[in-house]
Design a protein around this ligand. Structure first.
Ligand code: B12
Ligand code: SF4
Ligand code: SF4
Length: 379
């Protein structure tokens, strides 16, 4: 078997099954990344969603003892949606970030990697392979950067010249000594638009994120959202795209060609009030195929309440009162109480005063009092 010839065949095969970019790198350790990961942890900047074993994250040979190379793949996702419904008074809508549009990308990329594995094994039956997407040990971005898929940008994303930063990444550790691809030069230059626009100052410096301040992270937590971030979340109910939409390298990158990621406008920009009454089952049935559903309905409903407060949507108050009075989840009762105060109707004031007498959970009581405070402040 001529490895170079096979590598070319593999590249052709990847394109034929809808993989937008493929690159190769050695399986040598990621030393610079290791220092970075340690530093991020020390600073308290990690999200907690990453694999915690830094050795495994930076030493591919710990994942596959015969590791020789890593194949990196990228698949583009759309940045534009046709027929987006508008968000109007009385019918306010939230927004899922683009990385949650269409089918869950984990499913799509895993399928493509499985096909690649099959192709390789057909030609090299004794090859050892291990594929991963997002939830694996490796840093998908560090692999992609080293395999020449794109450059590591100031907004932290790996940006490709062809599709901008709107690409999902995945990789396969292999026992085959594929020739490495050429790495790409940094193309951010003097630009710092993403750093300046980040609503929470989560981008500390180019390529360094304090995940604890990043709205993409905060929308995925399950606890009360800290006060300072509530107004900044706006109508985002999952993820945040601001440091990508501002990026000049994403201009004119609509990426509409992947059928699997075509968004259903009613799902990715849903009406907020109906979201609040969804059961676990209806949520799963409706949103379960989207990557943004991975934390379940609770964070989405909490964020939907924050979005209604952002819009000061008075028609939501009766629903919010019901949640504050009856919902079993303290985070939902508390967020609803805060939102009622923010929206500031008379009906809300009566309900908050009543709830202050009956609520027993301290965390929720605090939110009721914050809600009541809005009435004093706004008089
Ligand atoms: C944890 C995680 C998050 C966390 C933390 C994000 C972060 N920036 O670290 C949160 C929840 C905030 C998040 C948000 C998002 N995420 Co995320 N996330 C991950 C995950 C699981 C691990 C990332 C990680 O380890 N970060 C730690 C940092 C330190 O390392 P890194 O970014 O992986 O690697 C780079 C740095 O280490 C840097 N670096 C190394 N050494 C040094 C030294 C210096 C001096 C500097 C400057 C930099 C530097 O170079 C590496 C390569 O770029 C990956 C999947 C995976 N397994 O890798 C997806 C992943 C990074 N996420 C992804 C996406 C799409 C997003 C969002 C756009 C989703 C959204 N719209 O809301 C946002 C973007 C936020 C942002 N600006 O980064 C994609 C990125 C695709 C791309 N083109 O880059 C990934 C790769 C998932 C995937 N398989 O496609 N995510
Ligand atoms: S995803 Fe949003 S909050 Fe996070 S760094 Fe980018 S702009 Fe800032
Ligand atoms: S906005 Fe500018 S600095 Fe930020 S990632 Fe894009 S090109 Fe780089």
């Amino acid at each position: 078997m001529n490895i170079n010839q096979f590598q070319n065949n593999l590249i052709e095969y990847a394109a034929s099954i809808g993989i937008d970019k493929i690159g190769f790198t050695s399986a040598s350790p990621f030393h610079e990344l290791k220092n970075r990961l340690v530093r991020q942890q020390e600073l308290g900047y990690a999200s907690g969603f990453e694999e915690s074993d830094i050795e495994k994250r930076t030493h591919p040979e710990l994942l596959l003892s015969e590791a020789e190379s890593i194949i990196a793949i990228a698949i583009a996702y759309p940045s534009k949606m046709k027929d987006a419904p508008s968000s109007t008074k009385g019918a306010r809508r939230g927004i899922f970030a683009r990385a949650s549009w269409g089918m869950d990308y984990h499913t799509v990329l895993r399928e493509k990697l499985a096909l690649l594995e099959l192709f390789i094994l057909t030609h090299i039956p004794d090859a050892k392979l291990r594929s991963m997407v997002d939830t694996g040990e490796l840093s998908d971005r560090a692999v992609a950067e080293r395999a020449g898929i794109g450059w590591s940008a100031k907004n932290c994303a790996v940006i490709t010249p062809e599709f901008g930063s709107y690409v999902y990444l995945g990789e396969m550790v292999t026992s085959i000594p594929f020739a490495p691809s050429e790495q790409m030069e940094d193309q951010c230059g003097d630009c710092r638009l993403c750093l300046d626009i980040c609503p929470t100052g989560a981008l500390i410096e180019g390529g360094q994120l304090n995940a604890q301040r990043c709205i993409a992270f905060i929308t995925q937590t399950k606890t009360m959202v800290p006060d300072e971030f509530r107004a900044k979340i706006g109508n985002r109910i999952y993820g945040c795209d601001t440091c990508q939409t501002i990026c000049p390298k994403n201009k004119a990158k609509a990426n509409l060609h992947q059928e699997a990621f075509k968004p259903d406008p009613e799902l990715v920009k849903p009406l907020l009030i109906p979201l609040l009454s969804m059961t676990n089952r209806s949520f799963k049935e409706t949103y379960g195929h989207m990557s943004g559903a991975w934390r379940g309905k609770n964070p989405i409903q909490r964020n939907a309440i924050i979005a209604l407060a952002h819009f000061k949507e008075a028609s939501a108050v009766p629903t919010l009162i019901k949640l504050m009075e009856n919902d079993a989840r303290p985070v939902i009762r508390g967020t609803a109480a805060w939102a009622i105060g923010k929206i500031n109707t008379e009906e809300g004031l009566v309900a908050l005063k009543k709830a202050e007498q009956t609520e027993e959970v301290q965390e929720v009581l605090e939110e009721i009092r914050k809600g009541l405070l809005f009435y004093t402040l706004e008089k």
